[in-house]
Design a protein around this ligand. Structure first.
Ligand SMILES: [Zn+2]
Length: 317
């Protein structure tokens, strides 16, 4: 059995809400309580995993904890599409970086060959035929005959037909980022039930408002959290790759108007506010108030063992 000091600290924080939860980890998404001794176990259902919020294959550095059941589900669904999307953009070409991933098919002289396609260094399309995935008779005939005068190429970009799930990929990362920074004070809010339902069911449109705003910059950088003002209201946000994700507050699910032009340019980063307090992730319960508005208020465990501290982030112009 492996041990993890960070996980121990996360569990210590949970016990500050309810002393009876000492030694347990509550999965931030499905909210199941699991003994911290399950860290790294091989049991597919009850193990606890440390996972990258943005997968390390596309440059993510920050990690968080999840139960293995949630972690593997996301890996096959929303996180997979988030990775494909970032790869697609980072590749600087209309295809993912890994050419094996871009399946394609050519038709020539009435024969079809399966393979993969990518953009060569000189900007030309390069097609790699794959005998094992093609009809071997067609394959051999194609390569033994003179070059056909016309070749048709077909390919599909699955990430575009999975846009809804991709949106939930951003949401899942934003939620994980807030958990990493704000711990169980963020997770233990009933106002986030709808977010958890959406994350657990990424193919369904549960959060039926626009929680994802595209930003012009497209570069891999460390994702961050902050607050953003919409008229008079503040909302927790996360900046992830090329999007801002808007999360509900303790009192409001989303801003009244979602038009992109109305979005305040002001981005209030909480990095400095939160980092020193939460670097060990064991200082909850905490309530966050901004200009008199309750932004975060853990209400799922009544009468916390340790009374909540209040964090004011006033003074924003
Ligand atoms: Zn879980």
């Amino acid at each position: 059995m492996q041990k993890n000091t960070f996980l121990y600290e996360v569990s210590q924080e949970l016990a500050r809400f309810d002393a009876k939860l000492l030694g347990l980890f509550r999965c931030p998404v499905c909210l199941r309580d699991l003994p911290i001794g399950n860290f790294g176990s091989s049991d597919a259902d009850t193990a606890i995993n440390e996972e990258h919020i943005i997968p390390d294959s596309v440059g993510g550095k920050q990690t968080t904890f999840l139960c293995k059941r949630c972690n593997s589900t996301f890996g096959h669904k929303q996180t997979k599409w988030l990775v494909e999307w970032i790869e697609l953009n980072e590749g600087g070409a209309p295809f993912p970086i890994d050419p094996k991933k871009q399946k394609a098919r050519i038709s020539a002289n009435g024969r079809k060959l399966n393979g993969s396609i990518h953009l060569g260094e000189d900007g030309a399309f390069e097609f790699y035929s794959d005998r094992e995935r093609s009809n071997p008779v067609d394959f051999d005939a194609h390569w033994s005959e003179p070059k056909p005068s016309e070749i048709k190429i077909e390919f599909s970009m699955p990430v575009f037909s999975n846009e809804e799930t991709l949106r939930v990929g951003y949401l899942t990362a934003a939620y994980g980022l807030w958990f990493k920074n704000f711990g169980y004070s963020f997770i233990l809010q009933s106002s986030l039930d709808i977010v958890r339902r959406q994350i657990l069911d990424p193919d369904k449109n549960i959060m039926d408002w626009n929680f994802l705003i595209e930003i012009p910059a497209r570069e891999i950088r460390e994702p961050g959290i902050g607050l953003m003002r919409f008229d008079e209201d503040y909302f927790p946000i996360a900046v992830i790759y090329d999007h801002i994700v808007l999360l509900p507050t303790a009192q409001k699910l989303h801003p009244p108007s979602m038009s992109d032009e109305k979005i305040s340019k002001k981005l209030m980063s909480l990095g400095d506010e939160i980092a020193p307090r939460f670097q060990h992730r064991c200082v909850g319960p905490a309530v966050m108030i901004c200009d008199g508005q309750v932004i975060i208020q853990p209400d799922m465990i009544a009468n916390a063992t340790i009374p909540p501290q209040h964090i004011w982030v006033d003074g924003w112009p």
